[in-house]
Design a protein around this ligand. Sequence first.
Ligand code: SIN
Length: 303
Amino acid sequence: MVDTKVTLSGLTLDNPVIPASGTFGYGKEFAEIYDINILGSISFKGTTAEPRLGNPLPRIAECPNGMINSVGLQNPGLKAVCERELVEMAEIYKKPVIANISGFSIEEYVECAKAMDKQPQVGIIEVNVSCPNVHNGGMAYGVLPESAAEVTRAVKAVTSKPVYIKLSPNVTDIVAIAKACEEAGADGLSLINTLLGMRIDINRRKPVIANKMGGFSGPAILPVAVRMVYQVSKAVNIPVIGMGGVSTARDVIEMMMAGASAVQVGTANLVNPYACKEIIEDLPKLMEELGIEKLEDIIGIVE
Ligand code: SIN
């Protein structure tokens, strides 16, 4: 029997498959159609200090092999997430979860991290410094090594849980930012978030998305994500969670060979709600086919 277990900062996951933040809510809808306890973990929708209604509609644009979203960090806010969503989530999912947090100031990241630090089910805090859909927050902190490091230091100072920084691909040198986060104390990195994109409705002569631009995701971005996971994982000594266009078990293996210790599945959940389940079921068969006994053995195997 093959071994699909992986470890992230001392946390052992039954398998590396984790639904990505913002594509799985808090698991409720998916728990109605399959037992979500098969998942390695869940990264739940990004939390901000205050509730957010998100960006104006339309905020989704279809693309060949992908989609653009400009959700704008819609979420019920820190208090409701801690007092309601996480309580309900604990009833349907029994493993440690990943708390994705966002902010418009260092103080907001700190406030969210402090609250998540107190949540027993949170195993990892994933700090989103890469949302392309809001102004003066999110990605603003993730495009420079100095500001990414500043957020990392501030969050690390208020939590004893492992802190993973979620990086943007919309930068010139993702390796420099990754290294700055590592030096500032990050326990791991998540990459990549979406690529800034745009579509135009040629009949209306206007952008499809009300906010004009948004984050491009889906199978089309897999090669970019694999390249960045490869470059970053070779340059740092902390675990990398790979994501970006993953929709099959083959993609999971590819990400791990590039250097990912675990893998998040995002847009695929929106196309096929059974995507993560199917990947988890396919993984052992594919491992046998490829002669892989222990999944952890292939992490970063590509020179
Ligand atoms: C959003 O809520 O706009 C998407 C989150 C992200 O891309 O980080």
